[in-house]
Design a protein around this ligand. Sequence first.
Ligand SMILES: Nc1ncnc2c1ncn2[C@@H]1O[C@H](COP(=O)(O)OP(=O)(O)OP(=O)(O)O)[C@@H](O)[C@H]1O
Ligand SMILES: [Mg+2]
Length: 375
Amino acid sequence: MIRLENVTKRFSEKTAVDGLTLEVPEGEVCVLIGPSGCGKTTTLRMVNRLIEPTSGRILVNGRDVMSMRPEELRRGLGYVIQSIGLFPHLTVAENIGVVPRLLGWEKPRIADRARELLSLVGLEPDSYLRAYPRQLSGGEAQRVGVARALAADPPVLLMDEPFGAVDPLNRERLQAEFGRIQRELHKTVVFVTHDIDEAIRLADRVAIMRDGRLQQYDTPENVLNRPANKFVHDFVGADRALKRLVRIKVTEVMRPAPQAAIDDAPEAMRERAGAGRFVYLTDDEGRLAGWLDTDDIRDDAVADAITTVDRLQATVARDASLRDALSRMLGLGFRSIAVTDDEGRIMGEVTFAAIEAVMSEAEEHRGPTADGEGA
Ligand SMILES: Nc1ncnc2c1ncn2[C@@H]1O[C@H](COP(=O)(O)OP(=O)(O)OP(=O)(O)O)[C@@H](O)[C@H]1O
Ligand SMILES: [Mg+2]
């Protein structure tokens, strides 16, 4: 657990952090977000004592950080710094092994750990272990930075824009991976970002800062539905209803979908459709092969009414968000999309109408503050 009590940091004239009170419960992800210069990095660096507060108190697991030796404190805190900060004269493996070495781990254990972590962040160990930082792209170096922070399995992670230098595709992959790691390891995390979508996707709670002051500290849902003031409202953006979809899994609004085997008899297929228009057609492993549009059946010939598809393109996985489903549907021009389990079998479908219903619900929940002060 991390607790900041009325923490202020002044650099001569400049107040970088101003009376910040914030508690991050154990095992939760707090995302700090706000415009450049609002005090995010300063806040993180006070938690591991790279900067000392001018006033106020910071507790990590109940202990005042000012009462701990900095080295001892920092070994319990994995830190990913904004400018990556790999040691240039050490290989990737040696960079990842810095803290384990300090902790006196045996060499083979450190080597195994480096391999394991590189795979985890999506870098092929054999290609990267012996590389030097100057041989890495910005995004690769950043991922090594994340691996290094995780190396000694610290209970607390401080991450300063850890995916800032990664391209959008890899960034999404890393965010998904981070989500998975977090569901498994339950670290207490303070995560800094500029990217509101990243914040909404990853946070248990979002802390929105402006000029060193906390504007709102709340769940992503509440930040979107009930912005505390005009600044938060504007910061979150006009597409709040759309952003909310990131927080909802397709399985939450999925409904059963009629299915038939693609080699079934035409009568059987039609029967499966019931009163509906479409039937999903599956291969012999229960995976999507295409669909039948009963409106297109002429003279009992189903062949013309069957569309075959690439199942990876035309389905979303069970852990996809409604936002993922919506953008896939818009891209393909579909009114619904099949949801698949880990084996690729159809579990059900999400319809455009169901997503629309969720979005209008979000609009109804708009708080009086936002309505009163909104643009
Ligand atoms: N060592 C320092 N001396 C003087 N001023 C500083 C120092 N470090 C930070 N500041 C100032 O404190 C404010 C907050 O800086 P900080 O680095 O915490 O911002 P940030 O929110 O992390 O911004 P960014 O999103 O650009 O990384 C800024 O106005 C910055 O100029
Ligand atoms: Mg910063």
